[in-house]
Design a protein around this ligand. Structure first.
Ligand SMILES: *[C@@H]1O[C@H](CO)[C@@H](O)[C@H](O)[C@H]1NC(C)=O
Ligand SMILES: *[C@@H]1O[C@H](CO)[C@@H](O)[C@H](O)[C@H]1NC(C)=O
Length: 542
């Protein structure tokens, strides 16, 4: 029995085992078949797989996806951290090398001045401190006392495509495209930064703004102080016709630093234009024509003060002013008559002090043979600030127009003369007569010296007083201020050295080097032409 039951048990076990094996094999076969038949094609795109996975078991699918992208990010971060670490290491190595060579230089006593600060290991904040120090040393936010007019670093002015420069030598031009690529990149780069600032996120509480584009850029001023850095003052059109944006940047031989971003509303900045005058009624008529066009028809925020010396032609001048007043309803004229010998400084002084209205006023000292445009009035307003800045533009002096066009008649109109070109004129960088400054500054600095007599010298004295003061002197070429040519008389009574200087100025104001050369070599040129003609004729005969 016992053996029978064990046998049965064994048989049963064997059966179960056999059935199990068969079931297993069948299972395997089935799943193999299933895999072969229903496996998704291998070209399934990742995206479809995602959808598919999501569709089948959405929660798990998404979790898996999340996990996957998290992993990718972790990898990315790891690799970036590794790169940063490598860069840091390289930087440290370089710094060490630099320090070592600086130490060596110091030991030899040849360390360049100003580099002492670099001996310490530099950190980012140190550099920022250094840049800030450079900015505060540079003449950007406040004026600096200068010994003389030769210490002034003038600005260059620039527009989108042009640079207006004073330093030309004999070959460069008063206005040029920036030829060098680094110069071009520097200017456009700064402009781009300015546009980013203007279009950047609004500051708290600011009104809605429009977006700014390069075409809103009016003009920039730039200059480099060799031991501090470069400053840029950029002027953009603002919200309205008399509204402007002024941005100031500083580049301390490092990245550009923003110094100022201000809205300037010029609507209430009245300009009192002061013109000292004696005789020259015809030139005055020409001046009033321009004044009418620029100040009365386009502007409406000006006053004209004429200080007239003597009695000759005064009736004509009065008549011109009365007529203009009648025809335009413009009432902001003042005519002051002095029975004295003409003195420009005295005239400006009297004109400036005559302003009786309570508030301060912006003065523009002007001559009767000066031609200015609407843009000039704007730059006058933007470059002068009471107690802070006075504007000393360098004007463009026109050559004798009858020489420019090689005896081409008729005489070119004034509009045709107003071009900034090498053969048309030059930057009168030795003149300090035209200036924009607030009356308060003029009074505080003591006005013109009573003792300096004659033409021209009193300007330089006033200019020097501003240089010695804490006020900032903005000296830059102005593309909207012209000195029109007129014949220069060198008086017989002048001392020989003064007479010589007068003749030199006369020559300089008459024509360009090239045109004067044509005059000088007239005979040679004539002979050349005649020889050519002969040659032509003889070749014709053959
Ligand atoms: C005339 O001068 C006054 C200030 O004295 C000024 O408010 C006004 O705008 C000026 N008018 C014109 C047309 O310039
Ligand atoms: C000589 O002839 C050439 C062309 O044949 C002409 O361009 C040139 O002006 C002539 N020169 C003179 C002096 O006539």
């Amino acid at each position: 029995m016992c053996s029978e039951s064990t046998m049965l048990r064994r048989w049963l076990l064997a059966l179960v085992a056999r059935v199990g094996v068969i079931a297993l094999v069948v299972c395997c076969c089935l799943s193999l078949l299933y895999l072969l038949a229903c496996k998704p094609p291998s070209s399934y795109s990742h995206e479809q797989a995602q959808v598919w996975a999501g569709g089948a078991t959405s929660k798990e699918g998404y979790l898996a996806l999340l996990q996957e992208s998290e992993d990718t990010h972790r990898h990315y971060i790891n690799s970036l951290s590794k790169q940063i670490a490598q860069l840091k290491e390289a930087l440290q190595m370089r710094t060490q090398q630099l320090q070592e060579s600086l130490e060596k230089a110091r030991a030899k006593g040849v360390l360049p001045m100003g580099l002492e600060g670099l001996r310490r290991p530099q950190t980012h904040t140190d550099l920022q401190e250094f840049f800030k120090a450079q900015l505060s040393r540079a003449e950007v936010q406040s004026g600096e006392k200068l010994p003389s007019e030769y210490a002034v670093i003038p600005f260059e002015s620039f527009t989108l495509h042009r640079v207006y420069q004073l330093e030309m030598g004999l070959t460069r031009h008063p206005e040029e495209r920036p030829v060098r690529k680094d110069r071009r990149d520097e200017l456009t780069g700064t402009l781009e930064i300015a546009l980013q600032v203007l279009n950047g996120p609004r500051r708290h509480g600011e009104r809605r703004r429009r977006s700014y584009s390069p075409s809103d850029f009016i003009e920039g001023l730039t200059r480099t102080e060799r031991d501090k850095g470069t400053v840029y003052e950029l002027m953009f059109k603002g919200e309205g016709p008399q509204d402007f944006r002024q941005l100031v940047f500083f580049r301390p031989f490092g990245p550009v630093v923003r110094v100022k971003n201000e809205r300037v509303d010029t609507r209430h900045m009245l300009i009192n234009i002061i013109v000292p005058l004696s005789r020259r009624a015809d030139t005055f008529r020409q001046f009033i024509n321009n004044f009418r066009k620029v100040c009365i028809q386009q502007e409406g925020k000006t006053h004209l003060t004429v200080v007239y010396f003597g009695r000759d032609q005064i009736e004509e001048v009065k008549a011109i002013m009365d007529q203009t007043s009648r025809e335009t309803q413009f009432r902001n004229f003042t005519l002051i008559q002095l029975n004295e010998e003409f003195s420009r400084g005295r005239g400006l002084e009297v004109g400036a002090r005559a302003w009786r209205r309570s508030h301060n006023v912006l003065l523009f000292f002007c001559d009767v043979d000066i031609h200015f445009t609407l843009d000039f009035l704007t730059s006058c307003r933007l470059n002068a600030e009471p107690g802070k800045k006075v504007f000393y533009p360098v004007l463009f002096s026109q050559y004798n127009p009858s020489l420019i066009d090689n005896n081409q008649s008729p005489f070119p109109s004034i509009q045709q003369q107003l071009v900034i070109m090498k053969d048309a004129g030059f930057w009168r960088d030795f003149g300090f007569g035209m200036t924009c400054q607030y009356r308060s500054d003029f009074i505080n600095i003591g006005g013109f010296d009573r003792n300096t007599k004659g033409w021209g010298l009193e300007d330089v004295h006033l200019y020097r007083k501003y240089l010695h003061s804490k006020l900032m002197v903005i000296r830059s070429p102005s593309r909207s201020l012209f000195h029109l040519w007129h014949e220069k008389q060198c008086a017989d009574e002048l001392q020989p050295d003064k007479y010589k200087m007068c003749m030199q100025t006369k020559a300089m104001s008459e024509a360009s080097h090239g045109h004067l050369g044509e005059l000088f070599f007239t005979q040679e040129i004539q002979e050349h032409l005649e020889r050519q003609k002969l040659l032509n004729d003889s070749s014709h005969l053959r």
